[in-house]
Design a protein around this ligand. Structure first.
Ligand code: SF4
Length: 477
């Protein structure tokens, strides 16, 4: 495991009305220590601040040192936001998975696009997946001592040889021992399996799901849930890799296989336990499962049930849709073409509002070389190309909206900027299209803008906030 020394944590914003604002903290200040201890990450910081009396050591933007004493309720937050959750740097991956999305990018982009996150702290804080192959004993002790649970683990295969082959790391073979460790410490994980046809599918997939389910026992099961995700490939991957794209037939085969296993789990465990990511149904051209199939949506962060949940949320909000927009407007809404079919009824319903015209522009990514693309992978170049073509036929209207999950937060040089996965900034896209583009963080905001209830623009800090969770690319996208 490779980390850097702990740096004083740079504060990027101070919550209005908070203790920190009252004391006079400003963006650009740096937090050195809390009660004499130097936090190495947000987890330490939160733990240290859960006290009634705090002594903070702070550096101001000019480097001046200050001692600050605070009395507060033990659970009251200070109201500080930091540039990063990791004050000692990202714990990077030591594997070499052939399907790694980071390695399937073109060279020469921003440095942060090539960071391979395999950090248990981001897994605990934000739900990113890790492999457990780079954790030394002291960090295992910390996970147990601080009860850092649940974590999100890329299992891929429980067969030791197959997992080592996939991760290209002998240490990957220990996965069943690691799962037993979580069980014996009464800590929990969510698991994912990225299916690579010809490597970990078929009998290996069945064994993996049944092995994982064997840890789903008791009142606090070590494995809470599993997601089965198709491998995602781009045109930048090396020629000599051993990967086969998931075809329509393969998707149907996996859907049928996992559906049968889910029925066994329902009978044995009382839960579906292992869910198929939405992409299987899109690639396989099969209907999405019904809402009740997803139970409490335990794998929503992994794209499992996200379309069904979106449609459910829309049905609720549609009950409150006005008959008429506050003022006539035309909206262009950009999404990945993977969701075009599912979202068409939703657009039809919006267009029943008098004075409102919503044009959904469902596009693929030529940048990645994909015929079918999920929204989160669309790049600035893809959006620019398709919208320019669109503009030849008709105007883009009053608003161009795109989901903020396409955007990543800028690096430390440009923290307020947001970028697409191809490194194009939102501002560059607006320049190229010569119109403003509004990132939307969710369905309520989409509806508000369509019906004229709220300002069309998120503030820069709102965009940065929604892009913050996307700061590190999910390498198994
Ligand atoms: S997919 Fe994840 S575990 Fe595999 S090489 Fe990439 S970052 Fe590492």
């Amino acid at each position: 495991m490779k980390t850097t020394a702990i740096s004083p944590a740079r504060i990027t914003s101070v919550v209005p009305g908070s203790i920190a604002e009252e004391i006079g903290f400003e963006a650009g200040d740096r937090l050195v220590s809390v009660n004499g201890a130097r936090p190495r990450d947000l987890i330490d910081y939160r733990f240290l601040c859960a006290d009634e009396v705090l002594a903070l050591e702070v550096l101001d933007a000019k480097g001046g040192s200050h001692q600050v004493e605070i009395e507060k309720d033990f659970d009251e937050e200070l109201g500080l936001e930091f540039e990063t959750a990791l004050f000692d740097g990202l714990i990077q991956c030591v594997n070499r998975c052939p399907f790694c999305f980071i390695d399937q990018q073109p060279p020469g982009k921003r440095e942060t696009l090539y960071l391979k996150d395999d950090d248990y702290r981001l897994s605990f804080l934000y739900g990113s997946y890790l492999t457990l192959t780079n954790i030394p004993p002291a960090e295992w002790d910390r996970i147990a001592r601080m009860r850092l649970s649940p974590l999100y683990v890329s299992v891929h295969a429980t067969d030791p040889h197959v997992r080592s082959r996939l991760l290209k790391n002998d240490r990957a073979a220990q996965i069943l021992d690691h799962l037993s460790w979580f069980q014996s410490h009464r800590l929990q994980i969510h698991a994912q399996v990225v299916v690579c046809p010809g490597i970990n599918d078929g009998a290996y997939l069945e064994k993996t799901l049944r092995d994982l389910a064997s840890f789903h026992i008791g009142d606090a099961p070590a494995v809470i849930s599993a997601a089965v995700v198709p491998v995602g490939l781009t045109r930048f991957r090396p020629d000599e890799d051993e990967l086969i794209p998931v075809s329509t037939d393969k998707a149907r085969e996996v859907i049928d296989q996992v559906t049968a296993i889910q029925a066994d789990f329902q009978a044995e465990l009382g839960t579906t336990f292992a869910w198929l990511a939405d992409e299987w149904f899109l690639i396989g051209r099969r209907p999405l499962p019904l809402e009740q199939h997803y139970e409490s949506y335990p794998q929503i962060g992994n794209g499992v049930g996200s379309i069904r949940l979106f449609l459910k949320e829309f049905d609720e909000l549609a009950k409150e849709l006005p008959e008429k927009a506050l003022s006539p407007r035309t909206v262009t809404w950009v999404v990945g073409n993977a969701v075009e079919h599912a979202f068409t009824p939703l657009v039809r319903r919006l267009n029943q509002v008098e004075g409102l015209t919503v044009n959904m522009v469902a596009i693929n990514s030529d940048y990645w070389g994909q015929e079918i693309t999920v929204t989160g992978l669309l790049t600035g170049q893809d959006v620019a190309r398709h919208l320019k073509a669109q503009m030849q036929d008709r105007e883009l209207g009053d608003y161009v909206l795109l989901p903020s999950l396409m955007l990543k937060q800028g690096d430390s040089q440009h923290p307020e900027d947001t970028y697409f996965l191809d490194d194009m900034s939102l501002a560059s896209l607006e320049n190229e299209l010569n119109c403003s583009v509004t990132p939307i963080a969710g369905l309520p905001q989409l509806i508000d803008i369509c019906c004229g209830k709220s300002a069309a623009h998120l503030s820069l800090s709102q965009v940065a906030m929604s892009a913050k969770l996307n700061q590190v690319i999910d390498p198994t996208y």
